[in-house]
Structures are given as structure tokens and as C-alpha cells.
Design a protein around this ligand. Structure first.
Ligand SMILES: Cc1cc2nc3c(=O)[nH]c(=O)nc-3n(C[C@H](O)[C@H](O)[C@H](O)COP(=O)(O)OP(=O)(O)OC[C@H]3O[C@@H](n4cnc5c(N)ncnc54)[C@H](O)[C@@H]3O)c2cc1C
Length: 296
């Protein structure tokens, strides 16, 4: 039996859950554990648990594991799943595979996982039981009708969820902007110039994850798998290498990339590639754009 943990954030089932259900269907009989959410669209047997589950309540997962003795437990590669899965695996002493894009059932599980930021795929054979943290976008979501069973589990582990701290709303939704000027690790020294260019082009500033992690731009400006997907007319990638997790969030019609490294992966997805030092190029580019935009 496969135990699937629905990804629930503030009482809402997250879409990735339906992809986990699709994978579970391929692996065998399954049950979906849902904590504190409406059961919208869950196909198959659902174990509904009332209350708010938060990562520290791995004890709930542990009890369900003991009760159902599953061959595999599936979590979403999303905030809740990413926190709970390693705790459960550590506690139970069973294998954990993260960044999973494929799982097949057999005497042992065969799984494919993304490593080195998505640059390399590895095939693994894993003993049963095992825990898999599954990435978005590899299984076609399955929706259906839930067959619900309520389970009451009480845990007293000395922790309590006090509040959920959401990222600040920055007032700008980069996913809806027509023009996005995006700064990578290679362009942090020219962040001010990039902001100036974005303003001239009537666009918005965004960045890759390292730039957000350094606190140079708010989280709401992050492009990529763990950020937002940009869908506008132009994406200008400045000093961005083009890691898979970044490129997943770039769905703009036109992509112009500036990088000093002619082999940078970003050039594989760019419509226009410029091999240049952004710090030298930006002042010149700003001047040119200013001349064009300020023409009477
Ligand atoms: C689970 C997971 C989720 C992730 N989610 C995201 C995400 O949502 N968004 C995201 O961006 N990343 C994400 N990442 C991180 C991702 O794998 C990369 O590490 C990240 O995108 C690299 O950012 P970068 O291109 O800015 O930096 P780097 O990879 O360090 O690239 C910097 C680039 O700048 C170039 N450069 C250096 N100096 C100059 C210069 N003077 N002029 C021009 N070019 C220059 C270099 O040649 C290089 O190509 C995630 C990773 C994981 C594991």
C-alpha cells in the first residue's frame, strides 16, 4: 500500500497533491492523508485528519505509518512535504529519496532523482519501505471523488502551530509583468543599473534564487521553481547561469540573456544571447535605451 500525504497550506490542498495521486495509482493501492482541508477532487481512499498538521507533527505520520504499514510514502516537494519527509525517514530509519521525477514498483523501488540543481538525473534502487519527495510537473494530475474515512489522532509532542508567516506582498506581481529584468549572481554588482533599466523599459526587476537568498530582492521577486513563473513578452536574464530550477520559471515569449560564459546553459533557452560582462554592458545599454525612449 502507498500512503500519500496531501500538501495542505492554510486548509487548501495544493495542486501537486493530484500529481502524487497519479504516481500512487501507478504504484499500487493507495490512501491519501489529508489534514485540515476540504477534500476537493481527491480520487480514491482518503484518511481525513482533523486539525492543523505542521511539520513538527511528524508523529501523526509516524502513527499512520505504523497503522497502515505502507510500502512507500509520497510527499510533495513543497514546504510541508520537504519538512516532514526527512523527519519521518530519520525517525523510522528508512530510505528517503528527494527531488523525485519517476518511481517504479518492483521487488525494490526504482526511482529517478534530480541532483546538482537539476543538471544530472540519477537512477536509484531503493529498499522497501521508502519515502519519496516528488517534484512538480512529472505526473499528469488525477482528480476524482474521495472515499473518506475519518481518523482522530491526538499528538502531544510539546509543539503547537502559532501562526503562518507569509511572504510580504510587494505590490508587484512579476508573473504578470510584460517586461522582466532579472538579476543573477553574476550581476549583483549592477543591481542598481538593472533597476534603472527595468524602469526605462517599463518593466519590473526580478532575480534568481541566490540574489533573493542574499536579501538583495524580496522573495516575491524570485523567478523559478521555488519562486514565480514569468509569462510576459520579454525576459532579460543578466548574469544568470540558467539552472533547470530557474529556467522552469521562465515562460516569457522572448528571452535575452547576457553572460560572460559562452557555454552558460541559459543560452540554450534564450532567443538572443549576448556574451558580455553585464557591468560593462549595462551603462551602455541604459544610455541607448534612454535615447530611444526619450525621443520626442
Ligand atoms: C529545489 C531547488 C529549487 C530551486 N529553485 C530555484 C528558483 O526558484 N529560482 C532560481 O533562480 N534558482 C533556484 N534554485 C537554484 C538553482 O539551482 C541555481 O543554483 C540558481 O538558479 C543559480 O543562480 P544564478 O544563475 O544567479 O547563479 P550562478 O549559477 O552562480 O550563475 C551566475 C552566472 O553569472 C555569470 N556571470 C558572472 N559574472 C558575470 C558578469 N560580470 N557578466 C555576465 N555574466 C556573469 C556566470 O558565468 C554564471 O553563468 C533551486 C535549487 C533547488 C535545488
Amino acid at each position: 500500500m502507498i500512503l500519500v500525504f496531501a500538501e495542505v497550506i492554510e486548509n487548501e490542498i495544493q495542486d501537486l497533491t493530484y500529481e502524487l495521486v497519479a504516481l500512487a495509482k501507478q504504484l499500487g493501492d493507495y490512501k491519501v492523508v489529508v489534514v485540515g482541508a476540504e477534500l476537493e477532487g481527491i480520487d480514491g481512499d482518503v484518511i481525513q485528519i482533523d486539525g492543523i498538521l505542521h511539520p513538527y507533527h511528524y508523529k501523526i505520520a509516524e502513527r499512520l505509518f505504523e497503522k497502515y504499514n505502507p510500502e512507500a510514502v509520497l510527499f510533495a516537494n513543497a514546504p510541508f512535504g520537504m519538512d516532514l519527509a526527512p523527519q519521518l525517514a530519520g525517525k523510522l530509519g528508512i530510505p528517503l529519496v528527494t527531488n523525485v521525477v519517476k518511481v517504479e514498483n518492483g521487488d525494490r523501488f526504482k526511482a529517478t532523482s534530480l541532483v546538482y540543481g537539476g543538471r544530472v538525473l540519477v537512477d536509484l534502487e531503493v529498499d522497501k519501505p521508502a519515502i519519496f519527495v516528488v517534484n512538480r510537473g512529472y505526473y499528469e494530475p488525477v482528480k476524482g471523488t474521495p472515499n473518506v474515512k475519518n481518523v482522530v489522532i491526538k499528538v502531544e509532542d510539546g509543539t503547537e502551530l502559532l501562526r503562518v508567516i507569509k511572504p510580504e506582498e510587494a505590490g508587484v506581481d512579476i508573473s504578470k509583468a510584460d517586461v522582466v529584468v532579472s538579476v543573477g549572481r553574476g550581476a549583483v554588482d549592477s543591481l542598481d543599473l538593472a533597476e534603472e533599466l527595468a524602469e526605462l523599459l517599463k518593466g519590473v526587476i526580478a532575480g534568481s534564487r541566490p540574489v533573493i537568498d542574499q536579501g538583495l530582492l524580496p522573495k516575491t521577486r524570485q523567478v523559478g521553481r521555488s519562486g514565480k513563473t514569468v509569462t510576459g513578452k520579454l525576459y532579460l536574464a543578466l548574469g544568470i547561469s540558467g539552472a533547470t530550477e530557474h529556467v522552469e520559471g521562465v515562460k516569457a515569449k522572448n528571452i535575452i540573456a547576457v553572460n560572460i560564459d559562452r557555454d552558460a546553459p541559459i543560452f540554450r533557452v534564450a532567443n538572443v544571447g549576448v556574451i558580455a560582462d553585464v557591468n560593462e554592458l549595462l551603462p551602455v545599454l541604459i544610455e541607448k535605451v534612454r535615447k530611444v525612449t526619450e525621443k520626442p
